[in-house]
Structures are given as structure tokens and as C-alpha cells.
Design a protein around this ligand. Structure first.
Ligand SMILES: [Zn+2]
Ligand SMILES: [Zn+2]
Length: 355
């Protein structure tokens, strides 16, 4: 590693591929905090960002990728608050305006000024239009965006900030509907889904039923505590309904969001059930009364999660309740990791570590 500069995985043009380049060492000013990155998770939404057509996302290139980041505070701006230099932290990824009612409540994922920020091409957060953590160093706008992780391993901590947090927020959206004798269906047991299974088991008494197109993902679901798993088949809806005692599932968490998963979701939901669409798989549902959705269905489109939820996710991980299935790649092998994720060759979460 050189002394003056620092490495970063940069998206220099839409369509990619991202390139590893040397960038100047960032200097924190004002409230900013500089983090030495210990681990950065790779997410399917990174692929959506890389592959985006020019003009389809409200971001300006170039920027450094990486919205799931853990590391150590190494330098603070003169007005910085929050964790001190030397503390190990995970970075809350959705960066809002920091001052609207949503942001004041820690829900920067639903910042009221987001449309204005998008219009200014300010970026959605770390690695999403603003320089992220697939790098040696990450400049964070404020210490309010940091959650201490203590001695939690960095490769475990980093994925908590998106895979863990988004899964937790999705479960929180439907938790009120769960209880003894109820069933929740998880569609897609990848980076987010395998954590959703664990969070459902830790925070609800519902039976957890998992669906994935890969046998090894079903094995992972079982290790995470799922009561039943199945590959998608023509009769999957009937098989799953049968597992619920014939009544259907009180909630479906769709981590894929494709046409086929949404179709399966409508087939297994109980009347008055909850459908949370988390994945951006391009599927569409038509809402009509009467229509394909069971009467009383509530639909939600959870996006990322809140700071208080990230604190709870970190607490679950630190007590050993939540374990992320991780495949490590050296930062210098980022292009390889990205291609591995694209081809479906990664089990659980791909995480980049410094080399
Ligand atoms: Zn993500
Ligand atoms: Zn805001």
C-alpha cells in the first residue's frame, strides 16, 4: 500500500466495470469522521447500481462503491460527535438530510428531503452516489451515522448495516401479525433472507417456511432455523399452504420481488395477511378489488431500516443470536467478487477485507 493515497473500488461510468484506483486520503472537516475500513459487504443492489443506464439513478459518477461498512474511527473533524477515535463501528448506510422529522427519529432511510436530495444528485448514502466503503478509508458525514460494535468480527459487523438491517426492518413491518400457530414465508434465502430467518426465529414464535431455487440455500435456511424449505415447484403454493394447516401464511417476506415470487406470495397469503416486498426483482402486482390478492392484504415496500433498528441488530449479533454466512474476498479481488455474486456463486454475503 502507498502512503499518500488510498485504494478505492470506483464506479467511473455506468455499466462498469468498477475499477480499483488510488484516491487522495480524505481529510475530515466539520462533523465528518474518517473510518479505516475493516470489511465491506457486497450487495445485489451494487449490481443494480453498476448496471444502471445513464440517467436512471440520481447519482453522479465517479464514486466509490460499498454501502455495508465496518471499521475503526481513525480521525474526526473538529465538530465531530459520536464514537471516539479508536472505537470500532458499523456505518449506518442511508444518509439523509439529518434534520427533518424522519431523520431526527433515526429513520434516514425515509428522509423527508430525499426527493430534494435526489434532485440535487446528492446521493442516497455510502456507496450510493457518495463515496462508500469498498476502500481503505471511508469519510462519514457525521458521527450520528456510527454504531459501536465492540469486539464483533468486522466481517460479521459490516453486513449488519444492510443485509441485517433491511431484514430486521422487514420483519419489524410484519411482526405484529405473528404469534403462536402462525406461519411466515421467506422467499429467497440469500444475503438478506438467511438473516430474516434467524431474526424471525429470535423475535417471533411463528413457523418459518423458506423457498429458494438453490438446494444449498435451503440447507442454509435450515441451519438458520427454518422449519421447512422447498424449491419452487408448480404446486409450491399448495405445499406451503398445507404446512400452515391449510389457512395460509400471515406474512410473506419476498426478498426476490420477481413475477414468479410475487405470484407465489399471493397464492400462500392468508386473508388479512401481510406482504412485504423487499427485493427489486422487477415483478409487478396489480391491485384491484376483487383481484389476485386475498381480502384484507396489507402490502409494504420496506426500504433499508432505521438507526435504532441497526442498534438492535448489532445487539443480536453481539449476543451471538445472529450469524452472517460470509464469503471473504481481498479488496484487490473486488472485480472477481462482483462477478461471483452476479453468477450466483456466492453463498450468503460476499465481504471484502483489506489486503
Ligand atoms: Zn444493499
Ligand atoms: Zn431528512
Amino acid at each position: 500500500m502507498s502512503t499518500g493515497g488510498t485504494r478505492a473500488v470506483r464506479l467511473t461510468r455506468w455499466g462498469g466495470p468498477p475499477v480499483i484506483t488510488e484516491v487522495p486520503r480524505p481529510v475530515p472537516t466539520g462533523e465528518e469522521v474518517l473510518i479505516r475500513v475493516e470489511a465491506a459487504g457486497l450487495c445485489r443492489s451494487d449490481l443494480h447500481v453498476i448496471d444502471a443506464r445513464p440517467g436512471s439513478l440520481p447519482y453522479r459518477t465517479p464514486f466509490t462503491l460499498g454501502h455495508e461498512v465496518a471499521g475503526r474511527v481513525v480521525e474526526q473533524g473538529p465538530l465531530a460527535t459520536g464514537p471516539a477515535v479508536g472505537e470500532r463501528v458499523v456505518v449506518y448506510g442511508p444518509w439523509g438530510c439529518g434534520s427533518c422529522a424522519r431523520c431526527a427519529a433515526g429513520a434516514e432511510n425515509y428522509c423527508d428531503r430525499r426527493p430534494a436530495l435526489d434532485a440535487d444528485l446528492t446521493g442516497t448514502g455510502a456507496g450510493l452516489g457518495r463515496d462508500g466503503g469498498m476502500a481503505d478509508l471511508l469519510l462519514v458525514p457525521s458521527g450520528r451515522l456510527l454504531v459501536p460494535v465492540g469486539e464483533l468480527a468486522a466481517v460479521q459487523a459490516a453486513p449488519l448495516s444492510d443485509a441485517g438491517l433491511t431484514a430486521y426492518h422487514a420483519v419489524a413491518t410484519v411482526r405484529h401479525a405473528t404469534g403462536d400457530g402462525t406461519s411466515v414465508v421467506v422467499l429467497g434465502v440469500g444475503g438478506l433472507g438467511h438473516l430474516a430467518v434467524q431474526i424471525l426465529r429470535a423475535t417471533t414464535t411463528a413457523q418459518v417456511l423458506a423457498v429458494d431455487v438453490r438446494e444449498e440455500a435451503l440447507a442454509l435456511a435450515e441451519r438458520c432455523g427454518a422449519h421447512f424449505g422447498t424449491l419452487p415447484r408448480p404446486d409450491s403454493a399448495a405445499v406451503l399452504r398445507d404446512r400452515t394447516g391449510g389457512v395460509g401464511a400471515v406474512a410473506v417476506l419476498d426478498f426476490v420481488g420477481s413475477r414468479s415470487t410475487l405470484e407465489l406470495a399471493t397464492g400462500v397469503l392468508r386473508a388479512g395477511g401481510e406482504l412485504a416486498v423487499v427485493g427489486s426483482g422487477g415483478g409487478e402486482l396489480s391491485v384491484r378489488k376483487p383481484g389476485v390478492l386475498p381480502p384484507g392484504t396489507r402490502i409494504s415496500l420496506p426500504f433499508w431500516g432505521t438507526l435504532p433498528e441497526l442498534e438492535r441488530v448489532v445487539a443480536l449479533a453481539r449476543e451471538g443470536t445472529l450469524k452472517v454466512e460470509v464469503e471473504r474476498f481481498a479488496l484487490s479481488r473486488a472485480p472477481e467478487a462482483i462477478e461471483g455474486l452476479r453468477s450466483g456463486g456466492v453463498r450468503g454475503r460476499a465481504v471484502l477485507v483489506p489486503d
